[in-house]
Design a protein around this ligand. Structure first.
Ligand SMILES: NC(=O)c1ccc[n+]([C@@H]2O[C@H](COP(=O)([O-])OP(=O)(O)OC[C@H]3O[C@@H](n4cnc5c(N)ncnc54)[C@H](OP(=O)(O)O)[C@@H]3O)[C@@H](O)[C@H]2O)c1
Length: 276
């Protein structure tokens, strides 16, 4: 990674913000960034896990990223404390077996898995744009063509399932990458990255039978360290183009069906309206 250079953070190291850095892939990524000499700010929900990480060059900011208010407060905090941000890595997600509405009246998976990433990506733009070679990595499921954005029912009031909500937010994140590249005007490179089936993920909210099946299948899953290895490369050698989409090792073409520029415009418009 090129250390922050434009305004300079004075440390000679990079500053990396990791949402969902308290567990799973985010945690492994955050720890390795710190080992490599970056200053890392971890955003997460579980205070015990977060505080256990906070020492030396790692800081922890507790935040419920399913809350628009708390996510906005976190962004304000970051812009004040870290005027330059070199890397933003987005991992936060959680499975919701039942449809739960947040205090903002939003379906929780949509709020956490998609909307917090929208807010952080656009909200941290000023700090990212002061870095020498800023990169945003959105870790989700690009390359999957199942699922869709339910345009007439974004909050899935009519037909909810855990999978429907996960797939909708996944497709929305695909469009977020396209939308950010199209309309943010930022210098930050946006990378959509699908790690594939990995030995991570909090499945405690799932029925025991599903947990059992996933545990059996996880023998074939990727180790966490291997799944996050490409993310280090994205930060260390930022891509030349504004948007890059990588499904495991495969680079997806810009005309991949889930990366439709008109759908991205439509979702960015709807999201702006929703947040007004
Ligand atoms: N694991 C896989 O096989 C796989 C496959 C494809 C894609 N992915 C994607 O990769 C990403 C990371 O997955 P993972 O397996 O590493 O997940 P994970 O182990 O379950 O970690 C999820 C992270 O999100 C945080 N989080 C959950 N709810 C939050 C909230 N309300 N506010 C703030 N933070 C919250 C958790 O924080 P706390 O612990 O503090 O609650 C944790 O740090 C996800 O987007 C997932 O969809 C995973």
């Amino acid at each position: 990674m090129s250390p922050s250079a434009i305004d300079g953070n004075g440390s000679g190291m990079g500053i990396v913000v990791v949402s969902g850095g308290t567990n799973g892939m985010g945690r492994a990524f955050a720890l390795e960034r710190a080992e490599r000499g970056d200053r890392v700010l971890v955003l997460g929900h579980n205070r015990a896990r977060g505080e256990a990480l906070a020492s030396g060059s790692m800081a922890f900011l507790p935040v419920d990223l399913s809350s628009v208010t708390e996510t906005r407060q976190a962004i304000e905090h970051i812009l004040t404390e870290y005027p330059v941000v070199d890397g933003l890595a987005l991992f936060a997600n959680a499975l919701a077996p039942r449809r739960v509405l947040t205090a903002d009246g939003l379906e929780r998976t949509f709020a956490l898995y998609y909307l917090s990433r929208y807010l952080l990506s656009f909200g941290l733009r000023p700090a990212l744009d002061r870095a020498a070679a800023p990169v945003i990595v959105n870790v989700a499921g690009v390359g999957i063509t199942r699922g869709e954005v339910h345009w007439a029912d974004l909050q899935l009031a009519a037909a909810y399932s855990t999978i429907t909500a996960q797939l909708q937010a996944g497709r929305a994140n695909d469009l977020l990458g396209v939308g950010f590249a199209q309309r943010s005007g930022s210098r930050a490179r946006y990378v959509l990255y699908h790690p594939g089936f990995t030995r991570s993920g909090d499945r405690s909210a799932l029925p025991w039978i599903v947990r059992g099946l996933l545990a059996a299948a996880s023998v074939a899953a990727r180790p966490v360290v291997g799944a996050v290895a490409p993310i280090h490369r994205f930060l260390d050698e930022p891509p030349a183009t504004p948007l890059t989409a990588i499904d495991r090792g495969r680079q997806l073409p810009p005309d991949f069906p889930t990366l439709d520029p008109r759908d991205a415009e439509r979702l960015m418009d709807l999201t702006e309206k929703l947040l007004r």
